[in-house]
Each structure stands twice: as structure tokens, then as C-alpha cells.
Design a binder for this molecule. Structure first.
Ligand code: NAP
Length: 406
């Protein structure tokens, strides 16, 4: 059995925390607590981050004739210490923030408020099941209460709206997560807009987007918020920097550009109609790539450390599963270990930035292990923040750590 899509409420009520029990009484659909009833379907592990393939160990290539002369020069110099990018390790930052959140959750719980996240997972999409499983596991790790609702794929928009309404009303639920994509017959926009903005821990609600535009406090989309944490916790100077954001989606590119602008960067937003991307990137001190195109950004488009500056800080949001051997050979031409792993597994994760950028950028997030771990981290951070803001009282205001002070 993969997910408990129809578990007897009676048994669940005995299992669950007060938050869980309240929810179980309200819905007859599949439901589980954070006690580990969610199991990955066979083969799901293929979607796990390919941690071992991290480019943290710099390649030792011979001169590469297919690259530009500037690139060859960098590779020629590569054996010299300090010529490769500083790795911006998202896993390390996740661990720091989790430790901070655990402390805050302990304080809140002791004061009578245990923050709770409710996840709604419609149907049985294996990738979605895996994502939700990771989110529930993260809740457990930091001490949040969690609840999982698993309506069948046949659920209607109206039925889902009723679920959201109940979650909105439940005082023990601080964060509501609707795992996307929803089935095509469901009106996704209407569902997302039905979530109480105070519980919108994904930061997708127009009210939260509006707050972000106007620079007012609110819940910010997790992936861009995670990118900002990576920059800040690595003390990368944002104020006055030229930043290029590649991609203008509502969930990554647009909020990312706004966050950088509010942090006083000068931001250029690029998209599929942008002319001369290399020219824009050549001026950028910070590059955020969120296009969904494996290795699209060429290494020698990025401002390098040669010429006295620190080289660009590159945040690679792209998470692309590569399954084509020729594409893998092109991407990992200087990373024999990664290529070998690709051959063994038949697939690998690659970012939007060509892995050779490690020899150009000043700092770089690896894929996997960079932005990826930060998205769930910021979901946890948003849930704690939502609990603090929504159920705020003077006794909680003293418990605001850096992780949720954004
Ligand atoms: P999306 O909605 O498909 O948006 C892609 C954006 O890239 C669009 O704005 C598109 O421009 C732009 N683009 C396409 N080709 C371009 C080009 N040649 N030059 C400049 N811009 C170009 O994707 P998304 O949801 O934002 O996600 C982007 C990537 O981030 C994906 O790989 C996704 O898997 C990854 N992601 C990762 C995480 C994580 O946790 N690590 C979270 C979210 C997303 P137009 O608007 O003109 O079409």
C-alpha cells in the first residue's frame, strides 16, 4: 500500500494528535498523521536528489576545445587553488534553520501553541506523494503537528473548496499546503485563492503576492525565500548589486525579483523573449536561474572572478531530470563521476546553469543540494511564522529567531 487513501477514522482518531483528530472527524477521505503511514511507491526513489553527484568536488579536466577561449583559459588555470566557485550548500543552511525552528517550536509549544501544517494531496501521483512525504517528515523533525488529507483524483472543485473552508476555520491549522498539480478538472486557481492568506504557507495567494509587491510583511513563496536565505547566510552583498533573474513565473521568478529589489539590488528580469542573455549576465553580480532548461546558461556567460571582482553568485533553481545520454555527456563532460553515476542510474538531476560554471562563478549553488533543500525548509519556516503571526500574543513576540524574522 502506498498511501492510506481510506483508513478508518476510528483508528486514526486513536493515532492522531489533537490537530489530526479534529481533521479526521471532519473528513471521510484518506487521512494520515505524521506517524509514517505514507510510503513511497516502488521506483519513487529515482526522483530522490542525486546527492552523491554533487559538483562540490571540482573537476580536473584537460583543456576543453569545445568551450570558448576564455573558458579554456579558466580550465587551464583550474588546478590553481581558489579558482573554483565557493559552493553555496543548501543542505547546511537547512540544518541551521531547522535547529532554529526546533527551538522556536519548543518555545511556542511550551506556551500552548503547537504550530500545525495540513497537507492536501489529491490522487496518487507518485512524485507528489514523495514531495508530501518529505514535507510531513520535516514537520516531524522540527516538532510541528501535521495532517495529511488524501482526497481521490475524482474530487470536485466544490468538494475541495469545502475541505479548504474547514481547514481555514480550524484554529489548530496554521498552514495549508495544496500539493500541485491538481487534476485538470479541478479549478486550481480557485482552490489556491480559497486558502486563508494567513495560512497560505506556500505564499501563492494574491493577497500575499500583493503584500510582497508593496514590501509589507506576509508569507513569501518558499523557493525564492530560500534563495534569499542562501544569499544572506553566505553574506553575499545584495544591496547595490546587479541581479539577473532568469524566469518570470509567479512562484519563482517574479517573487524572487521583488525580494532582490526590496533588498536594494538593481534587478533585470529575463524571459524567453529577452535578447542577448549573455550580455545581461555579463553585468550581473547575482544570477538566479529559474527556467527549467538543463544547462542552458553557459559557463562563460557568467561574470568571473578574473579582473579583480569576486565573480557572480549563481543561484541555480532549475531542477531538471536528464535521461538522455548525449545530453548527459554534454552536461557532465568535465565531471566523470557524475557521468558514471548517470550511466549507472539512467538519469541525473541538472540545474539550468551548465555545471562548468563552477570554474567561472564566484559562488554557486549545486544541483542537487543547493536550492532544493531550502524549499521545504522555508515551508517549515512559513508555518511557524504563520502560527506566530496568527496566534500572536505578547508572550510569543520575544521568541522570534532569525529563521522567521524575514
Ligand atoms: P516555469 O513556470 O516553466 O517558468 C519558466 C520561466 O523561464 C518562464 O518565465 C520562461 O519565460 C523563462 N524562460 C524560458 N526560456 C527562457 C530563455 N531562453 N531565456 C530566459 N528565460 C526563459 O518554471 P518555474 O516553475 O518557475 O520553475 C523553473 C525551474 O525551477 C524548473 O526547473 C523547476 O523545476 C525549478 N524549481 C525548483 C524548485 C526547487 O525547490 N528547487 C522549486 C520550484 C521550481 P516566458 O515567461 O517568456 O515563457
Amino acid at each position: 500500500m502506498d498511501l492510506p487513501t481510506s483508513v478508518a477514522n476510528k483508528r486514526l482518531t486513536a493515532w492522531l494528535s489533537p490537530l489530526d483528530a479534529t481533521l479526521t472527524e471532519n473528513w471521510g477521505w484518506g487521512y494520515s498523521s505524521h506517524f509514517g503511514t505514507l510510503k513511497a511507491a516502488p521506483g519513487i526513489n529515482r526522483a530522490q536528489p542525486d546527492r552523491a553527484a554533487s559538483p562540490s568536488a571540482p573537476p580536473k579536466p584537460a583543456r576543453i576545445s569545445v568551450l570558448s577561449s576564455r573558458c579554456c583559459l579558466r580550465f587551464g588555470e583550474e588546478s590553481e587553488p581558489g579558482m573554483t566557485a565557493r559552493i553555496l550548500d543548501g543542505t547546511k543552511i537547512r540544518d541551521q534553520i531547522f535547529a532554529e525552528l526546533k527551538d522556536e517550536v519548543r518555545l511556542l509549544t511550551a506556551a500552548g501553541v503547537r504550530p500545525g501544517l495540513a497537507a492536501v494531496l489529491v490522487g496518487e501521483n507518485p512524485a507528489s506523494q514523495l514531495y508530501v512525504k518529505s514535507k510531513i517528515a520535516a514537520c516531524e523533525e522540527i516538532g510541528l503537528s501535521s495532517a495529511l488529507l488524501t482526497p481521490p483524483a475524482t474530487v470536485t472543485t466544490l468538494e475541495l473548496l469545502a475541505v479548504i473552508e474547514d481547514l481555514n476555520r480550524d484554529n489548530n491549522v496554521d498552514g495549508i499546503l495544496i500539493q500541485l498539480p491538481l487534476p485538470t478538472h479541478v479549478d486550481t486557481k480557485r482552490i489556491l485563492e480559497a486558502v486563508d492568506p494567513a495560512k497560505d504557507v506556500d505564499g501563492f495567494h494574491p493577497v500575499n503576492l500583493g503584500r510582497l509587491v508593496s514590501g509589507r510583511p506576509g508569507l513569501v513563496a518558499c523557493t525564492p525565500a530560500g534563495c534569499m536565505e542562501i544569499l544572506r547566510r553566505n553574506t553575499i552583498k545584495i544591496e547595490g548589486a546587479n541581479a539577473a533573474v532568469l524566469g518570470r513565473s509567479d512562484i519563482v521568478g517574479k517573487p524572487m525579483a521583488l525580494l532582490l529589489m526590496h533588498a536594494n539590488a538593481t534587478v533585470t528580469i529575463c524571459h524567453s523573449k529577452t535578447r542577448d542573455l549573455p550580455e545581461v549576465l555579463g553585468r550581473a553580480d547575482i544570477v538566479v536561474a529559474a527556467m527549467g532548461k538543463a544547462g542552458f546558461v553557459q559557463a562563460d556567460w557568467i561574470k568571473s572572478a578574473t579582473g579583480g571582482g569576486p565573480g557572480a553568485a549563481v543561484i541555480d533553481v532549475g531542477t531538471n531530470r536528464v535521461t538522455d545520454l548525449r545530453e548527459a555527456e554534454h552536461l557532465f563532460r568535465n565531471f566523470p563521476d557524475r557521468l558514471e553515476k548517470f550511466r549507472a542510474k539512467g538519469s541525473a538531476l541538472a540545474g539550468d546553469v551548465h555545471p562548468d560554471a563552477i570554474n567561472f562563478a564566484g559562488a554557486l549553488t549545486p544541483v542537487p543540494g543547493g536550492v532544493g533543500p531550502m524549499t521545504i525548509t522555508m515551508l517549515m519556516s512559513n508555518t511557524v511564522k504563520a502560527a506566530r503571526l496568527r496566534r500572536a500574543s505578547p508572550k510569543f513576540s520575544a521568541t522570534q529567531p532569525a529563521a522567521t524574522a524575514r
